[in-house]
Design a protein around this ligand. Sequence first.
Ligand code: 5GP
Ligand code: MN
Length: 330
Amino acid sequence: MTSDPLARITTALLDGERFVLASHVRPDGDSIGSQLALAHALRALGKTARIVNHDAPPAYLRTLPGADGIEVAAAVDGRFDAAVVLECGTLERTEVAGLDRQPVVNIDHHAGNAMYGALNWFDPTAAACAEMVHDLIAALDVALTPAIGAALYAGILTDTGSFRHANITARTFETCRDVAACGVDVAALAAAIYQNSSLGKLRLTGRLLNEMRLEADGRVAVLRIDEALLRETGCPPDDMEGVINLPLAARDVEAVIMLRTLDGATRVSLRSKGLVDVRAVAAAFGGGGHRNAAGCTLDVPGPDVEARLLARTVAAVTESGTHVAAAPGF
Ligand code: 5GP
Ligand code: MN
């Protein structure tokens, strides 16, 4: 047997028959895209593949082929030949109980992955987990279909911040090349994700930008969402994809902190430009993610912890040493 994790996982999937595919809580485009692409490929091989997540896919992903078959549950019963956990740094972050009773296959690209599987394929150089799934599907010798391609593209488009983050490599475009070649209408898919929101989201966006706070000479933007804002604007809670990126459109803004009160805790999302490392900021508060997109939860929220979060983010911007907006070519 080879020690190459991709080869070992390929063999395990070809040998098995019954699979469950999980990802992290509040799944995003790369979670759902990676899961759907692999599920379609396994089914093309005649295998059964259930997708089980703790939370439903966000509305903007529900038109992806197969999304209506995704199960929402806090536990899985029964025996599977493997539980394939995609795009998830720790097994706990699935918040799906019972996966640990299965042989776990861990496929992920988040820095700091805990290597919790019986088989682990961890590649932090992948811009999206979907890039890894693309290579796995090739290794399984399954031809891309429009359904698989659409799922892969959704993962890449969203995890690169619509082709803006610093995680993009030639491999990203090689994957997208294969997606385009298999007949996916990439423009229609982008429209389904980014031009399909509620009017409430538009109103929320206006309020958020109007009430945005700027810190560190305008290099850090702070957005705040609470129940009252959602109620007043009529924005559905799962229709906020992309609003966090908007402040980065300003030349001077290098990092964004978005705070959202949720069931007594505060969810924090962080985004940045270039070398500004917001993953390290999130990790200092028990979270994780990627250099340009990360998040954490403040279980005991309050002004003190928010001030520390802001100070850490300002330090990340200062330490990055480059004012990206002023760099040549911008
Ligand atoms: P988002 O802001 O869209 O929720 O998350 C951005 C990125 O950070 C995603 O890759 C997501 O998986 C990761 N992330 C968000 N929140 C957490 C968290 O609480 N813990 C960890 N480990 N990663 C997170
Ligand atoms: Mn990802």
